[in-house]
Design a protein around this ligand. Structure first.
Ligand code: GRF
Length: 215
């Protein structure tokens, strides 16, 4: 199932962004929208589970609708029910995880089937989980990168929308590698949203297959 094409022709595709930290991927999306690189896409709401998240402060500065649901100490299902209600109240079509550092409940994932994107700073299925760039560097990989994928019930596992790669340089350390991957992340997320929001794709098993797109 892809994003509803009839709706895409009529109305903007509304993004709901979930973040926990600095929010550079969110800012890259917002910049792409501002520059007209994502026509027909708008940010409906930015939600953080961390009250002090710099990304949330940026959303407020930008005058975007935002919300905080502090997750610490709360049951996952209850917290996620609040998220779902907020996203639905803002008529969100596509949820974008942008450094959202909390696992989602099966109920949340079921509420947005193939409507949740995540970005991960490795070439999945290699190096899922935390500190992916460091894992890759320490493993001695020669090529690194990032993955935008749909979210399913398993960590860093869903259907891959796209990946971007970079070579690992002799001069790299884990920090410089992470910084260069982040540049690719910002490009990858915009590109992935463009594909998904355009609606011209099919999911065949684990494969994300593009059709000709007019958007
Ligand atoms: C990024 O590296 C992303 O791949 C990972 O969390 C980090 C978030 O960074 N999921 P930012 O908050 O978007 O700057």
């Amino acid at each position: 199932m892809s994003v509803d094409l009839a709706k895409a022709a009529r109305d903007p595709i509304r993004l709901g962004i979930l973040l926990s930290g600095r929010g550079s991927n969110f800012l890259a999306m917002a910049e792409s929208i501002r520059e007209g690189v994502l026509p027909g896409v708008q940010i409906a709401v930015v939600i953080s589970n961390v009250a002090e998240a710099p990304g949330l402060a940026k959303a407020r500065e930008m005058g975007l609708p935002s919300a905080v649901f502090v997750s610490q100490g709360r049951k996952r299902a209850e917290h996620d029910a609040d998220l779902t209600a907020c996203l639905q109240a803002h008529h969100v079509d596509l949820v974008c995880l942008a450094g959202y550092m909390r696992l989602l409940s099966p109920e949340f994932i079921a509420a947005f089937p193939n409507r949740i994107l995540n970005i991960h700073p490795s070439l999945l299925p290699a190096f899922p989980g935390l500190e992916a760039q460091q894992q890759a560097f320490e493993h001695g990989v020669k090529v690194a990168g990032c993955t935008v994928h749909f979210v399913d019930d398993h960590l860093d596992h869903g259907v891959i929308v796209l990946q971007r790669t970079i070579p690992v340089l002799e001069s790299d350390d884990a920090h410089s590698l992470a910084a260069r991957i982040l540049v690719e992340e910002h490009l990858a997320y915009t590109e992935a949203i463009a594909h998904v929001a355009g609606g011209e794709y099919e999911i065949r098993g684990r494969r994300f297959v593009k059709r000709n797109s007019s958007r």
